[in-house]
Design a protein around this ligand. Structure first.
Ligand code: AMP
Length: 230
């Protein structure tokens, strides 16, 4: 089971990289933010509880988040592995994931940090728009849709998330960067942390991630210059 954790601050580009990586490795992306937004949309009790924290730009409590993640990992399409985007976000979540994987005889194969400086993160996030149907990301300066306000991929309306307003962004940053540091330390101590420069163009970040995973021996990841990459 290949479990890859993508780490990075909000706006570091994990949401852009995760599907590229999923196509390459042939395993699904599990993004807790998407799972929470689906639960909110469906009006489930967990969604109603999570919404209060999400709209305030705060992390949802660990207990709720871990429950949501483990339910998702129990689905059969996760058997061969998953790319985790947005989880774990705290040291408690990282430890809970380790325990759950150990019970299945698995572990996190690699935790890849997409590293982007703080001031660049605020700039990126304050211009971010996503589509209603599938959460495909756009940016008013960095990656515009072909038709304003419409998703290139599925034609749905683009909107700015309530938690992507500048004041909320700063609140999210303060809380989430502190917790992210603990998670980075967790994987550094486990020897599975790998870092890529997130300031590079999207394609270069994707290939840097691939190189790191190939070096970590993750099957499906193409080593640079290999036949699989050609
Ligand atoms: P994201 O789409 O990853 O930016 O997540 C959106 C929001 O969902 C976050 O601001 C949190 O409120 C919540 N969330 C997503 N993942 C987690 C997590 N691992 N732990 C706690 N809250 C989370």
């Amino acid at each position: 089971m290949n479990v890859v954790v993508l780490l990075g601050a909000p706006g570091a580009g994990k949401g852009t990289q995760a599907p590229l990586l999923a196509a390459c490795l042939g395993i699904p992306v599990v993004a807790t933010g998407d799972l929470f937004r689906a639960a909110v949309r469906d009006g489930t009790p967990l969604g109603l509880e999570a919404r209060r924290f999400m709209d305030a730009g705060r992390l949802v409590p660990d207990e709720i988040t871990v429950q949501l993640l483990l339910e998702r990992l129990a689905r059969p399409d996760a058997d061969a592995g998953v790319i985790l985007d947005g989880f774990p976000r705290t040291a408690v979540q990282a430890a809970a994931l380790d325990v759950a994987l150990t019970e299945r005889g698995a572990k996190v194969c690699a935790a890849v940090l997409v590293d982007v400086p703080g001031e660049e993160l605020v700039r990126r996030m304050s211009g971010r728009w996503i589509c209603r149907a599938n959460g495909h990301p756009y940016h008013e300066a960095l990656s515009q849709p072909r038709t304003a306000g419409i998703c290139d991929l599925d034609g749905s309306e683009l909107y700015q998330r309530a938690d992507d307003q500048p004041d909320t962004i700063r609140a999210r940053m303060d809380q989430q960067l502190g917790a992210l540091r603990e998670v980075i330390d967790h994987y550094r101590a486990a020897g599975s942390l790998r870092t890529v420069d997130g300031l590079q163009p999207i394609v270069a970040v994707a290939s840097a991630i691939n190189e790191q995973l190939a070096a970590a021996g993750i099957c499906g990841a193409a080593a640079p210059g290999s036949a699989a990459e050609a």
